[in-house]
Ligand binder design. Sequence first.
Ligand code: ADP
Ligand code: MG
Length: 301
Amino acid sequence: MFITCENLVKIFTLADEVELLALQGLDLEIERGEMVGIVGASGSGKSTLLNVLGGLIRPTAGTAKVDGRNLLKMSEAELDRYRRDEVGFVWQQSTRNLIPWLNAAENVAYPMIMAGTKQRVANQRSAELLEMVGLADRADHTAERLSGGEQARVALAIALANNPSLLLADEPTGELDTATAEMIYELFRTLNRELGLTTLIVSHDPGIARQVGRVVSIRDGKLAGETVRSRPMADPSAPQTGEPAEEEFEELIVLDAAGRLQIPQEMRDELGLKRRVKLEQTEDGVLIKPVQTEKAAGDES
Ligand code: ADP
Ligand code: MG
């Protein structure tokens, strides 16, 4: 397994010593070369998870392993090296990715030069990377004059500069229109396929399931569910036959190591599932039934 998180916990201690549980025992496994979408409400812990996996913040407890490295046990120096050599980031705000007054080529070369690469080598690599993201013809445009989609491409080129094995993107299409977002996802897929790059993309768009191999959803700092393709991803070269059918996707609920699962709020409300429920084993599986007295009591409140 390329990424393994087990019972991963991240506690932020706020100024007044209030503790905030950003990750509350998260379990997640990702294979090398997978392209995974991460969805969840604002504040559910998506960015915290990316920051932990990218070695930017240290988890509080549990296990977080990437390619055999234990992120909880690494020294500061090891964590720095890991982040520099293995991880590419695309940040949510384009201002964090790009320096507005530098042109596209300079934006891509800059972090490499800062990391000690010779100017000439960095320029050469920058040109290759811009070619790779389809932006060679915009190399001399300053970042602030590029469109949102073009800025996202530059951000991706920067993320790839250190030839990472793990690409982490935090809402990379958040500020883009649907058509442009579609093109950026297409680029992510191409890079994932051609470079074998394990890719994690955080998104608030539930439609991301159409763009990636698998989607995991996070709720309250825990893995709550997964959407998987019930048929393999369509061959992009095959002729398109309209919109992909609904039944291509299957939404699954995740059981944690202790056998706990989360029943979506809407379902609990609709069926009157309160604090206690009845489990009934049937031929097909397990039926979760409301307790009648609790349903009545709950309806009054
Ligand atoms: P998401 O990306 O899903 O919106 P985050 O991972 O950013 O969620 O945040 C999860 C929770 O952790 C939120 O309640 C947020 O306020 C809190 N949090 C995130 N980063 C910090 C931090 N550096 N210090 C304190 N609290 C934080
Ligand atoms: Mg976030």
